[in-house]
Ligand binder design. Sequence first.
Ligand code: ADP
Length: 457
Amino acid sequence: MISLSKRITKNSIVISLITVIVIIIISNIGIHYYFVDYVMKQNKLNDKEIITYVNNSIENDGVLDSRELMYLKQQAHFKDVELVLLNKDREVIFISSMGMGKGKGMGVNIIHENPYKEDYTYIEESISYKKQVVAYLNIGHYKNIITAKEDNDFIYTINILYAISFIIAVLLAIILSSYLSKRLTKPIIEINNSTHNISKGNYKQVKLIKTDTKELSELANSIKELARQLSEQEELRKRLSNDISHELRSPLAVLRSQIEALMDGVLEPSPERLAKLNDEIVRMTKLINDLNELSVVESEYLRLNMAKVDIKEELSAVIDSFIPLMESKNIKMEKKLDSHVFIQGDKDRLKQIFVNLLTNAYKYTNEGGEIIISLRKKDDKAIISFKDSGIGIKEEDLSYIFQRFYRGDESRSRKTGGAGIGLSIVKELVKAHNGIITVDSELGKGSVFNIVFETMK
Ligand code: ADP
């Protein structure tokens, strides 16, 4: 396999080579056409000059003398043309590339040989004297238009320059692309190292990689976030197993010592004693069930059966189911439910939230107390509150009560049978519904738990 940096370098070189070659081809074609055009125009001008000269010379005295022929010869040489003069009977009387001396006057000193060169093309112009055609002038140009040495030199120089720029372009492509590819691959290598660290569980070693490439920066951020979340999960997992063993160890120790005492005959297996042991077992069973429930709601795999839920209806049903329990403790329960409020949610999970909060309100409210459950709609929010005149929560405990296994007052909570999981479940479920739960409490006076959900039309 080829490394990314090598691949980038290779591709850049290929691209710059192709670009330079294309530029060379196109500009060569362009220059060539420009020159052909230019040379042709120049030729026409030269031809015109020669024709005018011949016409003027003939007009004077009807002949071209040796001086004039000499001049034509020079012009032919300078202008890189071949001049052939024919008399009116189309007999050759002068050829610029041949020796002088024969062209005195018109129609004399006829040259008996083919004056036309094979690699030349000729144009013919008739020469008149006193409105009578007395001669024909043939001007021959080399078939290959760009013949001038200067022209070829120019094209040669241009191509040399192209060759130099070609080499410079390749060198630049190599230098720049290797620099750029290093810049690009450096963060990728670092990201790769980070993922290796993640796979080994070294989350702390995953550093935020700095790069000004948007996509790579986003990838680096995601990797960092992934590491953070995995580390958090791992932390949570460790804490959970610690908490569970801690939670189970003491009741199991109590059970064990009690049962041993019963077996040794130290204690009598009275119905009350057995009932206490049974309570302990029930409590542990509940704890395990709660933990199981918490792990479900905390996991990302919690599936909510989302539907349009009438909060008033569901809340009302839960409240009604608590009436016998509240009556048994002589607690006055009041419901202040506004008109129907609809939210997007999972009916059963919402009920679970209400049951947990009502259970707490019941547990932490003394006999003869009061519980008010209200539902209001404000703007596009549904506000549900559970207010009790119970024992309240200490201010320093308030920020911890939603954490798992956190109990406001260890001994008191134990009496109520709670393991500090109910509110953790509530918080996770509210979060899963994009809601917010807050608590307000005053020790000895009571507490109020507020939940806010987005409503549906
Ligand atoms: P638990 O099973 O102990 O009730 P929770 O998670 O439901 O566990 O509650 C955590 C702690 O929050 C409780 O131990 C208690 O101290 C406090 N708490 C919860 N609800 C109330 C309430 N309505 N009144 C007073 N304290 C409460």
